[in-house]
Design a protein around this ligand. Structure first.
Ligand SMILES: [Zn+2]
Length: 82
């Protein structure tokens, strides 16, 4: 989760964004985390960061043969420019 927040923070920095409005992540079929659990962790980890309050959409992948099936993939991100 920290690496996701770090990624969001560095995108925001590069884009001179003040806030992450929304993001979509894909949970790999073998990532061993449920959407609800992921959401809880995200809300907790994003506190005090540019991603706090972002609308989070979670898609669950079912393909266990996908090369990144163990990962959480950042699919889409919408930012607010400062
Ligand atoms: Zn946990």
């Amino acid at each position: 989760m920290k690496s996701l927040i770090d990624t969001l923070s560095s995108i925001a920095r590069e884009e001179h964004a003040s806030k992450i409005i929304s993001l979509t992540v894909k949970l790999g079929a073998l990532s061993h985390i449920s959407p609800d659990h992921f959401r809880e962790h995200f809300i907790h980890a994003s506190r005090g960061t540019v991603a706090e309050g972002a609308r989070l959409t979670i898609e669950v992948m079912t393909d266990t043969t996908h090369p990144q099936s163990q990962d959480v993939l950042l699919e889409n991100i919408e930012i607010m420019n400062s």
